[in-house]
Design a protein. Structure first.
Length: 354
């Protein structure tokens, strides 16, 4: 099958669901319910694009990433990669596919085997797939380490000898060993200091430009996501609530959940910060085993409409250049209600120059 051209869909998720069974009893082990980690997500990522995926902890972001790599078995829906349905492929059929999709994990301290040298860690994908002899693997490992900004003598050293940022560079080098087309980046900078975060983000941007990579960039740090993403999808309790181009999402958020996320970001200007009204989300995140009916955000939404939000489920619809699932946003757009006062958009300049 021919590869997708730049701008054409590389990955498509169609009504993807990933449920984890809840069981009760030691002997009978009865199935009493499900944790709906991902509950009907549809997304498209074009070749060469970076799609940012944001949301609070427990909303299902990482589960989507692992389902794409088939580390989790989808409960329903379809995963289509480069025109091929990979939802239910067996292990033998998945093996060549794994060369084209790789993952950068969140924790650089836990994702590297402390007993293996860096040379063995980065070269392991080549050995597993039988793509290089020992001498070829050694040469390739040195190339990869140079590509991510690590010195040649790193080959014989061990993970504990490196800083967090350097360890994440090792993880990126390992992910690039097989020349993948899609990288699923699961919060790759959340465990790092801010200055190191900027270095890793800039590294990934450079690699994307040089190698033509496509990213699904999962994060909860909105500054990082805006800096690296072409489009951003906002996720809440297993579902996508808004998708928009990165700048449009920050300049004109439409879904109340997106508005509250941006409102929570401090602005490094005391005068602006004192003058803006924060819009807060009340209460705790509901359990994905028993999500609220209709709009899942209505129990915490500051702009809830009691006559619709608790009874009528909002569908994802195009709205002012975004795709949004929200009755409030639709009514504001139609002029049926007045928009709520919004906080000024936060500045993300420190990342832009890092």
């Amino acid at each position: 099958m021919s590869a997708a051209a730049p701008g054409e869909p590389l990955l498509q998720l169609e009504d993807l669901k990933v449920y984890f069974p809840v069981k009760s009893g030691i002997v009978l082990d009865r199935h009493v319910g499900d944790v709906r980690a991902v509950d009907g997500v549809s997304l498209t990522i074009a070749r060469g694009e970076t799609l940012g995926l944001v949301g609070e902890s427990g909303c299902g972001k990482s589960t989507i990433g692992r389902a794409i790599l088939r580390l989790y078995e989808p409960t329903a829906g379809r995963i289509v990669f480069d025109g091929r349905d990979i939802t239910h492929l067996g292990e033998r059929e998945l093996r060549p596919l794994r060369r084209r999709i790789q993952m950068v994990f969140q924790d650089p301290f836990a994702s590297l085997n402390p007993r293996h040298s860096v040379g063995r860690i980065v070269g392991e994908p080549l050995r597993v797939h039988g793509l290089a002899s020992r001498s070829e693997a050694t040469r390739r490992v040195r190339e990869l380490l140079a590509l991510v900004g690590l010195p040649p003598d790193a080959v014989g050293r061990y993970p504990h000898e490196f800083s967090g940022g350097q360890r994440q560079r090792i993880g990126v080098a390992r992910a690039l060993a097989l020349n993948p087309e899609l990288l699923v980046c699961d919060e790759p900078v959340s465990a790092l200091d801010v200055s190191i975060q900027a270095q890793i983000v800039n590294l990934m941007e450079r690699l994307q430009e040089e190698l033509g990579l496509t990213y699904l960039f999962i994060a909860h740090d909105l500054a990082v996501v805006r800096h690296i993403s072409n489009r951003i999808a906002v996720m809440y309790l297993g579902r996508i609530v808004e998708v928009a181009p990165a700048d449009d999402l920050y300049d004109n958020p439409l879904h109340p959940y997106t508005i509250t996320l941006l409102s929570a970001i401090p602005i490094p200007d005391p005068e602006i910060e004192r003058g803006r009204a924060a819009i807060r989300v009340e209460g705790d995140l509901p359990s994905p085993a028993d999500p609220p009916a209709a709009c899942r955000f209505h129990t915490r939404c500051p702009f809830v409409q009691p006559t619709r939000c608790a009874d009528e489920e909002p569908m994802l619809r195009p709205l002012d250049g975004h795709v949004v699932a929200c009755h409030y946003a639709e009514d504001v757009q139609a002029g049926r209600i007045e928009p709520a006062t919004r906080a000024p958009a936060p500045s993300f300049e420190p990342y832009a120059g890092a």
